[in-house]
Design a protein around this ligand. Structure first.
Ligand code: FES
Ligand SMILES: [Fe+2]
Length: 358
């Protein structure tokens, strides 16, 4: 059954980009909309769960959630990358959290132990139970695929192969070699706005003229930006430099939630924005800072780059918070989108199609 807010949330989405409008307020506030997005968009899509450089050695793991369900990405003892449900098959405690390295996943509640392939290895004091069979108690494995230096997960198992959907994005990013980049830091914060406000803010540089007037606007003027490659699976936002001898940067979203940017310098840097613990009006944001190997080892580089990204993001915080308060008001009415916001239209169209079962 599709609730009224779910129907309302995507009613303004047009197939014609010249008629593109912002989304209605319920899209950003209503719990039933998020519930439907979890099922039809987030579980049905490909989501980045970890960088491969977090999972180099056997036993390396990193935790997140997919549409609210805890998962762990890991490299098992044989070197295979896997994404497992992290929900204990006893009474539901997440068996692992954070990131690190381990031989075995031991649930902190009653110490049931699982192998890195998900098999239940032991469970204390279960002998008297007639309904306990260790073979029925595996941690389920979710479908995963490596692309671009990330491990991605498709929770419902129904999506087409990721790399086939991203052929033209792979071509566009090839000169920047994102798969070779190293994680040099993580900026983590609670973000009190809907996850789509974050995606939308990320996918247009029109606002360089506003909150970034004294930073990005000087180097990459907002009104010179445009959508490059795009499909129903992703969009690319091109940001040419103000200085003709300078370097641009490229922003991309692998729908629905795989946000990344890369500079086009000789030694590029980048970042991906990992969003989890989604609620209608908040989520946890982790900005993973990436750099080409030539830069990653330079003394002081990581600290300087972190400050730079944090400073630009702090300019976005005020507008994202402001938008969340505006769209939460009964007086908000969706407005028309600029051609500079074409990637938002493409994002909205992706969502509308998934939400209506296409
Ligand atoms: S909930 Fe995990 S061992 Fe009990
Ligand atoms: Fe911004």
């Amino acid at each position: 059954m599709t609730s009224r807010p779910v129907i309302e949330a995507y009613r303004t989405v047009s197939e014609d980009p010249a008629r593109a409008m912002a989304l209605p307020g319920v899209a950003y506030t209503d719990p039933s909309v998020l519930e439907a997005e979890r099922e039809r968009v987030l579980r049905a899509g490909w989501l980045p769960v970890a960088r491969l450089d977090q999972l180099v050695n056997p036993g390396d793991y990193a935790c997140t959630d997919v549409a609210g369900a805890p998962v762990v990405a890991l490299r098992d003892g044989a070197g295979t990358l896997r994404v497992l449900s992290a929900i204990c098959r006893h009474r539901g405690m997440p068996v692992v959290s954070g990131e690190g390295r381990t031989d075995v996943l031991t649930c902190p509640y009653h110490l049931w132990r699982y192998g890195l392939d998900g098999a239940l290895l032991s469970a204390p004091a279960m002998r008297g139970s007639e309904v306990f069979n260790p073979k029925d108690r595996r941690l389920p494995e979710l479908r995963s695929e490596a692309w671009g230096g990330w491990l991605w997960v498709n929770a419902d198992g129904g999506a087409g192969p990721l790399s086939e959907q991203l052929l033209t994005l792979s071509d566009r990013l090839a000169p920047l070699a994102p798969e070779t980049m190293t994680t040099v830091g993580v900026i983590e914060m609670e973000s009190p706005w809907n996850w789509k406000v974050m995606v939308e803010n990320f996918l247009e540089s029109y606002h360089h003229i506003g909150p970034h007037a004294r930073s990005l606007q000087l180097t990459h003027p907002g009104l010179g930006t445009f959508e490059g490659e795009g499909s129903d699976a992703f969009t690319v936002l091109e940001n040419p430099p103000a200085d003709p001898h300078g370097h641009g940067f490229v922003v991309a979203c692998v729908f629905p939630i795989g946000l990344m940017f890369f500079t086009e310098d000789e030694a590029p840097v980048g970042a991906w924005y990992q969003m989890d613990r989604l609620q209608p009006d908040r989520f946890r944001l982790r900005i993973h800072l990436l750099a080409s190997p030539a830069l990653a080892g330079l003394p002081g580089f990581a600290e300087g780059y972190r400050e730079q990204v944090a400073a630009v993001h702090s300019e976005d915080i005020a507008v994202c918070e402001g938008v969340q308060s505006g769209v939460s008001s009964p007086d908000y009415r969706p407005g028309p989108l600029s051609p500079l916001e074409r990637p938002l239209w493409r994002f909205h169209r992706h969502l509308a199609r998934r939400m209506s079962g296409q």
